[in-house]
Design a protein around this ligand. Structure first.
Ligand code: MN
Length: 233
């Protein structure tokens, strides 16, 4: 009998730098088009429309230990799998209608993540006005490095965010280029959903997105917040 559904699921967790306890993932929210140059490369005006959000399932998240390279299986039904390097905000204290000036007190920490995207499927769905899930929310689509604890006071704006593929830099920006800041994203998102401990927010990717194929090695980093290496297999 197939009764494995009657046993508890394995929790989805992310290691925390310097701590033995693990961050338990509840939900994964993602911000679309949050860097002006990336909005342009996707064919949109980077005017300051309100941020928009999509979700990935929690079990799309998988973590890669520091100093190691994760292996990501090339997903089905795409001919155009793209990388998107992103700052990930880990929520430690929940809330709804959080004020921008209070947002930092809800942050547990930060990590480097990849919002892997089946771009051909995402764009096909976008053009038909259909949901993005098959382009964004597939298995293995959210590799992440360990979470760095937040102090609540750090100035993230000058931090470099970068991604290289096979040693060649493809994305390079700084967190100050975010159209909607971390604090504003938390405040806006919390008007739509009650945030809870364990939520992750992928905050958008800079310009320079592009395809990877099996064998390619992606190496992402955010200054002071870690590195993430993933090879497509
Ligand atoms: Mn993204």
């Amino acid at each position: 009998m197939n009764e494995k559904c009657l046993t508890p699921l394995k929790p989805v967790t992310v290691p925390v730098v310097g701590h033995s306890e693990l961050f338990h993932v509840r939900r994964v929210y993602c911000v679309g088009r949050n860097y002006a140059e990336h909005a342009r490369e996707m064919g949109f005006d980077p005017d300051r429309e309100p941020p928009f959000f999509f979700c990935k399932p929690a079990d799309a998240v998988w973590s890669v230990a520091p100093g190691t390279t994760g292996s990501m299986p090339y997903p089905s039904l795409t001919k155009n799998l793209h990388y998107e390097i992103e700052l990930v905000v880990a929520i430690g204290a929940g809330g709804r209608d959080i004020r921008t000036e209070d947002a930092r007190s809800h942050v547990f920490g930060y990590a480097v993540g990849l919002d892997m995207t089946r771009r051909d499927l995402q764009i096909a769905m976008r053009e038909k006005g259909r949901p993005w899930e098959i382009g964004k929310a597939f298995d293995w689509s959210a590799p992440i490095a360990p979470i760095h604890r937040a102090t609540g006071k750090e100035d993230l704006s000058s931090r470099a965010i970068e991604l290289a593929v096979n040693g060649v830099t493809q994305q390079k920006s700084e967190l100050g280029q975010l159209i909607w800041s971390i604090d504003e994203v938390i405040a806006n998102l919390s008007t739509y959903f009650a945030l809870e401990p364990g939520d992750l927010i992928f905050t958008g990717t800079p310009a320079g997105v592009g395809p990877v194929v099996p064998g390619d090695l992606m190496h992402g980093s955010i200054e002071g917040l870690g590195e993430l290496s993933v090879r497509m297999v």
